[in-house]
Design a protein around this ligand. Structure first.
Ligand code: NI
Ligand code: MN
Length: 234
């Protein structure tokens, strides 16, 4: 896809996204694999995953972070409290950051941006505070700017993300129920300004009813809503 300037993005179902840049950087966002009903059967992750980014502490975003980090020699990047949490659960290498900050991960500058959503991590002892939910902007050297909104409602300051970072591609939740649905995502598309939209967080379970078609019907023809399926690479 030309908007991606050689970077490849693979949807692994729900909010799990694998990003491989032309320069060889490999980043996995929100690994939800073993319990993910839409994880593409038989999909084999790359042997080396440089970084795992976590948007927030819910199980459908972090449940495989520690085992994947161990098996693929990854550094886990998350908001400070969540990074501390996964370190406590066994992640050997973590980077804690916070909203508004940028970290340089190889050839990718990653900025943590706002999201409007709850965030807690669960274990056998209950819910634990692990900071707030976030999104990420990935600026790939000589490549695209990718905005992954994480789990979020629509919010007006998405305009700032558009103004500041000029994303080429936006990965947006559209399922509804736990996040924005197509009606809200259509407004988000205008705020963010990306001309290529990769929808996620839909179709995983029956209550996530939003569809790429419903979003496409609400935005103009100048925006490409990609109707991808889990396992597909763009
Ligand atoms: Ni969530
Ligand atoms: Mn979620």
């Amino acid at each position: 896809m030309t908007a991606l300037k050689g970077t490849r993005i693979t949807w692994l179902g729900h909010a799990t996204v694998l990003i491989q840049t032309a320069g060889g950087a490999t980043i996995l966002i929100d690994p939800f694999i073993a319990q993910n009903p839409k994880y593409p059967k038989g999909f084999v992750l790359p042997a080396k995953i440089d970084y795992i980014l976590l948007t927030h502490g819910h199980g459908d975003h972090i449940s495989d972070a520690v085992p994947v980090a161990a098996a693929h020699h990854s550094t886990v990047v998350a908001i400070y409290e969540l990074a501390t949490w996964v370190a406590g659960k066994g992640a050997a290498k973590t980077i804690g950051m916070n909203l508004g900050g940028t970290v340089q991960l190889g050839e990718v500058a990653v900025t943590m941006v706002e999201a409007k959503h709850s965030s807690a991590a669960q274990d056998e002892k209950g819910d634990h505070y692990v900071g707030v939910a976030a999104g990420f902007v990935l600026e790939v050297k000589d490549g695209p700017v990718i905005y992954d909104a994480g789990d979020t409602s629509l919010f007006g300051d998405m305009k700032l993300i558009g103004e500041l970072y000029h994303p080429d591609v936006a990965i947006l939740p559209i399922g509804g129920h736990y996040t924005m649905g197509p009606r809200e995502a259509a407004v988000a598309v205008g705020y963010v300004g990306a001309k290529t939209i990769l929808p996620m967080h839909f179709g995983t379970v029956p209550q996530l009813t939003g569809t790429p078609e419903a979003l496409a019907a609400l935005v103009g023809p100048e925006v490409k809503i990609v109707h991808w399926t889990p396992g597909q690479t763009v």
